[in-house]
Design a protein around this ligand. Structure first.
Ligand code: GDP
Ligand code: IMO
Ligand code: MG
Length: 428
């Protein structure tokens, strides 16, 4: 396959950034196709740690990097992140970073609305507070400002009027101050000159790249269980996070995504509110959180931790058309005497092998576990399958069996090179 799509197969933070960075040197182009700067992708290369929220992880290896039309873009944040990554010695120029000219913008009014709603809600979603949801609402509501509008003052003025006609009453209801249209226009115009050099028809560039035989790597954000259709709605993000979105969110068409690589953590975590059948509140949960350093990259919040949920990942394999997985953070399980894997659930006395759509049912699921022996040796930093203890191999093989997909890559530490390649997704 010429192209590979990397997606999170759980609730995000599976290690997508690390794997996209690792796979980047086999690719020519890296593309983000959904989400925004709610993502937090951590790359560790030697003694440098890069934290990317909006930039495709390919920038670190100097690859042509595209922010596709499916992404909602906070332009001020983008400029800030470019500055931070440049300070770490990575060169970023409009030659290698391209922003789709038809992507929609996240504005300060979106962040205000996101945060004010969360503050007022009794049933909080636990969002990242970065304006993602309200920006997608305006996109679907056909009143968003898009990147290309920044070059057209007349269009901007009309769009601001339309946008504020919607936002002013909302802001009033939440006790937020009114926005002055002239002030917003001035802010946008002051930023436009810095953003527009990156703006291009990304779909056209991608089409040219593919016709020239280049390999494209799509970088998903969040995870399948945070997908606005397929996730634990309403405790989800506001975009489609599944692999199918790589096509619509980049403009490359349905054949574009190629081999779908699901990134899967060897246990389960989630940040924010919502159902989590295998969540642990005991010492094992604490162990996973501490050893796995499970703190949100974006908000610093503690991630909730639990046992590996094979039913949930099996569902992700189907939803995304996953051909193989990259299993990450196996090393975090080192030293645990017994491991549990959730193979399905019990709901009102009946066995059920998938996550039902109803929120109430999702909250009532009792996980059905099978137990496996742990291992006392260390797997941390292992670079060969042969270095793994027999019980770790058994654990990985059982996961493959239960989810119905093979392990293509195994990650054993945050470091780029602590990665075991079993089969090359670009060759499969
Ligand atoms: P992403 O959002 O999917 O890119 O994942 P994050 O970067 O938010 O979270 C994954 C965290 O685990 C990061 O801190 C990574 O450096 C780290 N990580 C990735 N792979 C491994 C691994 O195999 N072992 C350990 N211990 N940490 C890992
Ligand atoms: P990466 O790409 C984990 C979660 C938030 C919240 C819900 C909605 O690093 O895996 P939003 O701000 O998107 O409206 O919040 O989604 N969430 C993530 N959780 N990893 C992420 O991204 C996430 N992006 C959003 O915590 O529960
Ligand atoms: Mg993350």
């Amino acid at each position: 396959m010429a192209n590979v799509t990397v997606i999170g197969a759980q609730w995000g933070d599976e290690g997508k950034g690390k794997l996209v960075d690792w796979l980047s040197n086999r690719a020519d182009v890296v593309v983000r196709f959904q989400g925004g700067h709610n993502a937090g992708h951590t790359l560790v290369v030697g003694n440098q740690t890069y934290k990317l929220s909006l930039l495709p992880s390919g920038v670190v290896q100097g690859k042509l990097s595209i922010i596709g039309n499916g992404v909602v873009v906070d332009p001020w944040h983008l400029l800030k992140e470019i500055g931070q990554i440049r300070e770490q010695g990575v060169d970023i120029t409009p030659d290698m970073l391209v922003l789709a000219d038809n992507a929609c913008l996240i504005l300060p009014i979106h962040r205000d609305l996101d945060q004010a709603r969360e503050a007022a809600a009794t049933n909080k979603i636990g969002t990242t507070g970065r304006g993602i949801g309200p920006a997608y609402e305006d996109k679907v509501g056909r009143r968003a400002i898009r990147v290309a509008d920044l070059a057209d003052r007349e269009a901007l003025e009309a769009k601001i009027d339309r946008l504020l006609a919607h936002h002013t009453p909302l802001r009033r209801g939440l006790g937020l101050p009114e926005v002055d249209p002239a002030g917003l226009l001035a802010e946008l115009e002051a930023m436009a000159g810095k953003i527009l050099p990156y703006a291009r028809p990304a779909w056209l560039l991608l089409d040219e790249q593919v016709k020239a035989g280049k390999r494209v790597l799509f970088e998903g954000a969040q995870g399948a269980l945070l997908d606005v259709d397929h996730g634990t709605y309403p405790y989800v993000t506001s975009s489609n996070t599944v692999a199918g979105q790589a096509a619509a969110g980049s403009g490359l068409g349905p054949k574009g995504p190629g081999y779908v690589l699901g990134i899967v953590k060897a246990y389960t975590t989630r940040v924010g509110e919502g159902p989590f059948p295998t969540e642990l509140f005991d010492d094992v949960g604490k162990h996973l959180g501490t050893v796995g350093r499970e703190f949100g990259t974006v908000t610093g919040r503690e991630r909730r931790c639990g046992w590996f949920d094979a039913a949930l990942v099996r569902q992700s394999v189907a939803l995304n058309g996953i051909a193989g997985i990259a299993l990450t953070k196996l090393d975090v399980l080192d030293g645990l005497p017994t491991l549990k894997i959730c193979t399905g659930y019990r709901l009102n006395g009946q066995e059920i092998g998938y996550l039902p759509a109803g929120l109430k049912a999702q909250g009532q699921l009792e996980p059905v576990y099978e137990e496996m022996e742990g291992w006392s040796q260390t797997t941390q930093g292992a670079r060969s399958w042969k270095d793994l203890p027999a019980s770790a191999v058994k654990y990985v093989r059982r996961i493959e069996e239960l989810i119905g997909a093979p392990v293509a890559l195994l990650s054993t530490s945050p470091q780029r090179d602590d990665t075991i390649l079993m089969r090359d997704p670009f060759q499969d």
